[in-house]
Design a protein around this ligand. Structure first.
Ligand SMILES: NC(=O)c1ccc[n+]([C@@H]2O[C@H](COP(=O)([O-])OP(=O)(O)OC[C@H]3O[C@@H](n4cnc5c(N)ncnc54)[C@H](OP(=O)(O)O)[C@@H]3O)[C@@H](O)[C@H]2O)c1
Length: 338
């Protein structure tokens, strides 16, 4: 390989990102200098948050600049190094971007430890989505045995792990997912106690059926109507964890707030948001616990790994919004260079 194929942001999308919003470029493989290393990117993480990074508005990270390589978590192998702690041959995970080769100085880069899991697991259950489930549930959901825990996008990367950690901690877990097939997966494969099909069920009836004593923890990944319906079914002292709101990320007009928000007052509930990056100093401990649960068979870590090249990124990203993934969505570009 002599060139580096990159995906750069060409224009800020309005609504769903289109092909014309991206620039696919063939560039020279970057040179490294002292204290740097070169990574051959093998797998790229697809995350709903990517949509938010494309908008020019204040957020927890600066927007991706027009012309910049698209920001993305990725795993790969070091193929050249002038950094003593990152030798050639080491598997690494970091924000390497949507490109085939990336230069790094080691900031925010972690070693992929094959004793804990596979490279793709470092983008999923041992990566940002698993850690999001872990810290969001423990720090904000505060699960107790016997709690009714409801999680939306339950078959997704974060949701699948939230529900399974809830089960480990003695919660009664109800998932919300779209369509009969995903709902069957949530109960049969992930072991949730019950499931709501938000595409086909009446939400009011479904919450009454599955949560007769109310919701103690609502872990929200989707926002919108599902959040509103959950707020209308809170138990006393409920914890509402705002993790994400994928139903709103492509909205072209402002989304109205939940009309049931006064339930927070009536039910003496708390509603809190969080960003996983705030827990970076605790990642290692959480990764070890998550890896142990996977090894013991107590957590199943579903993945949807799409083989292709970096040029497939614009299409694969959209799968998150059409619900084509079960578990962690990953673009595997390792085969595109053979
Ligand atoms: N706070 C943090 O630090 C943090 C970190 C990482 C991720 N997150 C958030 O966590 C959430 C889940 O992320 P993920 O990476 O695990 O993605 P994911 O759940 O694996 O994939 C997204 C899923 O969302 C569902 N979905 C898409 N559009 C929807 C809609 N309009 N209404 C309801 N459901 C919809 C789809 O499942 P169905 O087929 O079931 O519809 C889809 O499979 C996102 O909101 C993300 O932004 C937050």
């Amino acid at each position: 390989m002599t060139t580096n194929t990159t995906v750069r942001l060409g224009a800020r999308p309005i609504g769903e990102p289109r092909h014309s919003d991206w620039i696919i470029a063939q560039e020279a493989i970057p040179e490294i200098g002292p204290g740097q290393f070169l990574v051959r990117v093998d797998m790229i993480s697809l995350d709903p948050a990517m949509r938010g990074w494309l908008d020019d508005r204040p957020s927890y990270l600066p927007p991706v600049g027009i012309g910049d390589v698209m920001r993305a978590g990725a795993v790969g192998e070091i193929i050249a190094s002038e950094h003593p702690q990152f030798p050639v041959g080491m598997g690494v995970q970091g924000a390497f971007g949507v490109q085939e080769f990336a230069v790094s100085d080691g900031q925010g880069v972690t070693r992929v430890d094959p004793r804990l899991g596979t490279p793709s697991m470092y983008l999923g259950v041992l990566g940002i989505t698993g850690l999001t489930a872990y810290f969001g549930l423990f720090d904000h959901g505060k699960p107790k045995a016997g709690d009714t825990l409801v999680v939306s996008a339950a078959a997704g990367a974060v949701g699948s792990v939230v529900g399974q950690i809830g089960k480990i901690n003695g919660c009664r877990v109800i998932g919300i997912a779209g369509g009969a097939e995903k709902c069957a997966y949530v109960t049969n494969e992930l072991g949730f106690d019950d499931v709501i099909d938000y595409k086909n069920d009446n939400l009011r009836e479904a919450f009454a059926r599955t949560c007769p004593t109310g919701i103690d923890i609502y872990f929200d990944n989707v926002g919108g109507k599902i959040l509103n319906a959950a707020l209308g079914n809170l138990a006393l002292n409920a914890r509402v964890v705002i993790c994400g709101a994928i139903s709103q990320y492509n909205a072209e007009t402002p989304t109205p707030g939940p009309s049931n928000y006064l339930s927070v007052l009536i039910r003496r509930a708390t509603m809190s948001g969080f960003i996983v990056f705030d827990y970076v100093n605790q990642y290692r401990t959480a990764q070890k616990r998550l890896a142990a649960w996977v090894a013991e068979g107590r957590i199943t870590a579903p993945e949807t790994i799409i083989g292709g090249s970096v040029t497939d990124f614009p299409d694969v990203l959209l799968k998150l919004f059409t619900g084509d993934n079960v578990g962690k969505l990953v673009l595997d570009i390792s085969g595109s260079r053979r």
